[in-house]
Write a protein that binds this ligand. Structure first.
Ligand code: FAD
Ligand code: EPU
Length: 331
């Protein structure tokens, strides 16, 4: 167990706003986690690619960094038990290079395995829920690891039980995944539909990486946390009203006659694509991604969020909700 004091938040969030973190503890095993007993439940952090510090943070911060992976191949199925501290994309690459289907559409998503179930990471027609069979969760109260089946995780769009009722209750220590030797590729996303139906998982992964690199900024070059807002989900009547006025709104039918609409399009329509406020801006190639050009401040980010939300609300009567986790010590 390693305790790091007075840390610079820019090393712990890919949005890189300046802030001081009083104490970050890195825990490397379950035994050490048993021994870790902070006075109040800590803030859990993975690789910080979906977390932004708006203020200094005085409380304890925990990173669970155990990173072993157990492979259990059985005929045409691979069961993977991956500890939370593994890097997600490295795990994807290692399975795809062995020819296993399941994770190829989720390539190049930054961050850790432990964070993947929290918002049920998703991209290009696939989400973690499609191959996750369990999540192992260390509960602060019982101080035991409890296994949640995929059903118990209550996965939804950018949502799970770990973001709702279990938030602050413990830490994800491992994730169980089920991959397949034979499968149909998921090629429904527009940029993947040129691939032949008999393509390999590696070909899908390469195509996904090419799409991502063409429109998403690399956080190691330009600070960002990916999509800043969720794509809003509208009821049938809200959606019909919107479609009447704006027939070209990109939309995706959801269960229960709901419709998801593209937040990137809404932001572009209010004229904010490429807009810059100080050192913070809407990325010119994908306006749903907010970027920090270098010297961005929490105040600039707050003002930018308010400008986007108010502009979209005024024109479309839709309130955009942040997808990233905004951390404010005073909340
Ligand atoms: P962090 O930011 O460190 O934490 C995120 C949340 O998970 C926090 O609430 C934290 O408390 C919690 N958490 C982390 N580890 C644990 C744990 N062990 N136990 C309990 N809770 C934990 N996301 C997508 O879904 N799809 C995308 O296509 C996508 N593209 C992105 C592209 C870019 C360029 C960037 C920068 C981000 C993108 N994201 C995407 C968002 C991000 O990659 C994911 O949310 C990722 O899962 C975050 O991992 P992390 O380890 O960095 O999480
Ligand atoms: N669009 C515009 N203008 C633009 C860009 C996009 O109008 O400048 C419209 C287009 O119609 C496009 C649509 O928006 O078809 C959707 O854009 P895109 O396919 O780039 O995806 P997104 O909806 O903006 C979501 C996820 C991403 C994920 C991609 C691919 C959310 C909040 N975001 O983005 O996840 O990688 O789909 O599946 O659901 C993340 O969560 O951080 C993230 C990057």
């Amino acid at each position: 167990m390693q305790q790091l004091l007075a840390q610079d938040a820019r090393h712990y969030s890919t949005f890189r706003l300046p802030a001081n973190l009083a104490r970050v503890t890195e825990v490397e095993s379950l035994e050490m986690l048993q021994a870790y007993q902070p006075s109040t439940p800590p803030l859990i952090l993975g690789e910080g690619s979906n977390s932004i510090f708006l203020t200094d943070w005085q409380g304890d911060i925990l990173r669970y960094v155990a990173a072993n992976v157990i492979w259990q191949p059985e005929d045409d199925v691979l069961l993977l038990h991956a500890e939370a501290g593994c890097n997600w994309h490295q795990l994807v690459q290692s399975t795809v290079s062995e020819g296993w289907w399941g994770l190829e559409n989720l390539a190049l998503i930054p961050g850790s395995v432990g964070a993947a179930p929290v918002q049920n990471i998703g991209a290009y027609g696939v989400e973690l829920a499609d191959c996750c069979i369990y999540v192992d969760f260390f509960d602060w109260h019982s101080r035991k690891v409890q296994r949640f089946t995929s059903e118990q995780c209550n996965f939804g769009y950018r949502d799970s039980v770990f973001k709702t009722s279990l938030s602050g209750q413990g830490v994800i220590v491992a994730v169980g995944l089920k991959l397949q030797r034979k499968s149909q590729p998921h090629l429904s996303y527009k940029g993947l539909d040129h691939l032949p139906p008999d393509c390999s998982p590696a070909e899908v992964m390469e195509a996904v990486i090419a799409i991502r690199q063409s429109k998403l900024p690399d956080p190691s070059v330009l600070a960002n946390c990916g999509s800043f807002f969720k794509n809003p989900i509208l009821s049938f009547s809200q959606f019909k009203h919107l479609l009447n006025e704006y027939p070209s709104v990109p939309n995706y039918p959801q269960p229960n006659q709901n419709y998801k609409v593209a937040a990137a399009w809404l932001i572009e329509q209010v004229g904010l694509k490429g807009y810059r406020h100080g050192e913070v801006g809407c990325y010119p190639l994908q306006p749903l991604v907010l970027v920090n050009y270098g010297g961005g401040t929490a105040e600039q980010l707050r003002e930018m969020i308010a400008l986007i939300q108010q502009s979209v609300l005024k024109k479309f009567a839709i309130m955009l909700e942040p997808e990233v986790r905004l951390l404010n010590q005073h909340d």
